[in-house]
Write a protein of this length. Structure first.
Length: 220
């Protein structure tokens, strides 16, 4: 079973992915986490990734494919959950083909939120520069302003979440995602999810679809 979560930055797909890996045994591929992790490494690759994130630009196809192929090799035979990757049609087709022996991508969930909501969510997010804990100033603020509850570290806004960079990311995202949406819609594998509802409600809907898919697969 191979699942893909797509949705604009701030749509909450990372949150849903974390709930899913609690309930299912997925090998989890988060493009955002992997890139952020790389950007902290003081290597040529790390510095390159950091520069891209700061400018609100995307990492090249070639580089992302290399990272993904590495991940698939390490997790051969396992169920896969992809979050934030593929970003364009060429990447989507590559993955679909690589996973073809396991039925390709079985289900694609598209978490949709409005631009206004995306901007509101992203601009209220801060992260601890020591332990990486994420806070939302509106929905889950820290106890002390600017200080991490867990480790006392300083809370900062991520460079890729300043307003100019956010708007640019949303534009690029839409342009690149449309062909992926069309591709999986034609295959009957795409599900639109209203991402502006409570987290638990969204999760219930996603889980129900995956449970149904599991039953189908077992029946075959
Ligand atoms: Zn912390």
């Amino acid at each position: 079973m191979n699942i893909l979560l797509i949705g604009s930055p701030g749509s909450g797909k990372g949150t849903q992915a974390r709930l899913l890996i609690n309930d299912f045994d997925f090998a989890y591929f988060s493009a955002g986490d992997i890139l952020r992790h790389l950007s902290k490494e003081n290597t040529p690759l790390g510095r390159q990734v950091l520069g891209l994130i700061r400018r609100g630009e995307l990492v090249s196809d070639l580089l992302m494919k290399r990272i993904l192929v590495d991940f698939l090799k390490k997790n051969k035979g396992r169920d896969i959950l992809l979050d934030g990757y593929p970003r364009n049609l060429s990447q989507a087709k590559t993955i679909d083909q690589r996973l073809i022996l396991k039925g390709g991508l079985n289900l694609v969930f598209y978490l949709r939120i409005s631009d206004r909501e995306a901007i509101r969510r992203l601009s209220s997010r801060v992260v601890c520069c020591q332990c990486g804990a994420v806070y939302n100033l509106i929905t889950s603020p820290p106890q002390k302003k600017g200080i991490c509850d867990y480790c006392g570290g300083k809370l900062v806004r991520r460079a890729d979440e300043k307003l100019g960079a956010v708007k640019k990311r949303l534009l690029i995202y839409k342009k690149e995602t449309k062909p992926i949406v069309d591709y999986f819609t034609k295959k009957g594998k795409l599900m639109f999810i209203d991402g502006e509802r409570p987290i638990k409600e969204i999760y219930k809907e996603i889980k129900k679809s995956i449970d149904a898919l599991c039953l189908d697969t077992k029946a075959i």
